[in-house]
Each structure stands twice: as C-alpha cells, then as structure tokens.
Write a protein of this length. Structure first.
Length: 132
C-alpha cells in the first residue's frame, strides 16, 4: 500500500508545484493566489473522493489510498484539515471544530514565525557580519 501512497503523493506534489506556479505567474497577483487555489481545490477534491469512495464500491482500498492520502496529501495537507473540520461539524461537534480551526491556524502561524526566526538566527550564525 505504501507504493500507492508514494505514487499518489508524487503526482499530487508535482501537480501542486506546477499549478500553483502557473496560477501565480499568469495572474500576476501579489497575494498567494496559487496556494489559495491549491488549498481550496484540494479540499474539494478530497471531500469528493473520500465521500464517494466510502459510500460506494467504486474504488478499491488501494486506489482510494492512492487518491486521498497519496494525491491529495501531496497536493495539499490543507485538504485533510478541511475534511476533518467538516467531519466534526457534521457530527454536531461545533465547539471542537472551532477549537481545531482556531488552534490549527494560530499555532501553525506561530510555528511558521518561530521557524522563520530560528532560520534567521541560524543564517546569522553561519554568516557573521564583521563589525569593522
């Protein structure tokens, strides 16, 4: 099964790279429009595939894994976050859904800021500026 995931991930990642760059280049936007489109379409595709695959016998377990965990996971992990949030809402668990969204966004932003700050410090350690 790992090879189905690996293949799907490779195709999803390559698709994300190409499509996001194409959208960004052709739109000329300064806003990260390519990434936004990837996140929205990835969420849509995962929701569609997962629900259809679970409710019908149309997909074998291997194909479902290749398309959902593989392709959609390589395309965007935001899709998994979105579907998990929808699942919590469908189960009537609005409080946990809101907590999940809030914590995911805020802590992920904090993590990104912390990672950028650490990278800056590491670069500064590698390239000390002379005080001459």
């Amino acid at each position: 099964m790992i090879w189905y995931v690996a293949f799907g991930s490779a195709v999803g990642g390559a698709t994300r790279y190409w499509l996001a760059a194409y959208i960004q280049r052709t739109s000329g936007a300064t806003f990260p429009l390519g990434t936004l489109v990837i996140n929205i379409t990835g969420s849509f595709v995962l929701g569609l595939l997962l629900r259809f695959a679970l409710d019908t016998p149309a997909f074998s377990p291997a194909l479902r894994l290749a398309l959902t965990t593989g392709f959609c996971g390589g395309y965007t992990t935001f899709s998994t976050f979105s579907v998990e949030t929808v699942t919590l809402i469908e189960e009537g668990d609005w409080r946990r859904a809101a907590l999940y969204v809030g914590v995911s966004v805020l802590v992920s932003l904090f993590g990104a800021f912390a990672g950028v700050a650490l990278a800056r410090e590491l670069v500064a350690l590698r390239n000390p500026v002379s005080s001459a």
